[in-house]
Write a protein that binds this ligand. Structure first.
Ligand code: SF4
Ligand code: SF4
Length: 146
């Protein structure tokens, strides 16, 4: 019997959005990458701030973009490092310092797409940072669980 682990967990929300959690496991490629966290502007509705009802993202880590949108500090213009990122990009041990509080765009971003192919953005960003490309999900121990 194959010993398969769950690395990427998908959670369908009541509004049909799909949120992703990556397992704290050696087969999680993000724990030695972090490239996306220093590339995109990570913006969100201000209702995601911890000071709003149901919000989670610490207020002190965001900056206003306009009256209703904020973004993670450091990512304002793109190609900037998110203030919540901990560790050295491309090195083991890198992680999000607010993983369980992170905003929606981070929760929706997938490493593997539904057909098991790696996210093309991951492949591009990993290449830009000198990292090996990701394999198809069928070639790694991780499986996806809904
Ligand atoms: S670029 Fe992809 S593999 Fe790298 S940390 Fe982001 S989601 Fe993970
Ligand atoms: S909040 Fe966390 S997951 Fe999102 S960009 Fe920042 S470090 Fe990455």
């Amino acid at each position: 019997m194959t010993n398969r682990k769950i690395v990427q967990l998908l959670h369908v929300q009541s509004d049909n959005r799909v949120f992703v959690d990556m397992a704290d496991d050696e087969d999680n490629p993000c724990l030695s990458c972090g490239a996306c966290c220093q590339h995109f502007r990570v913006s969100m509705y201000m209702g995601e701030m911890a000071s709003s009802p149901g919000g989670t993202v610490p207020d002190e880590l965001v900056r206003a973009v306009n009256p209703v949108i904020v973004c993670m500090k450091g990512t304002e213009t793109g190609n900037g490092r998110c203030i919540a990122l901990r560790g050295v990009v491309g090195k083991p041990g890198i992680k999000c310092g607010i993983y369980h509080l992170r905003p929606t765009p981070c929760r929706e971003y997938r490493v593997w797409l539904e057909d098991g192919t790696p996210n093309p953005d991951c492949q591009r960003l990993r290449k830009d940072n000198g990292l090996m490309p990701l394999k198809h999900r069928s070639a790694v121990p991780g499986v996806t669980e809904w």
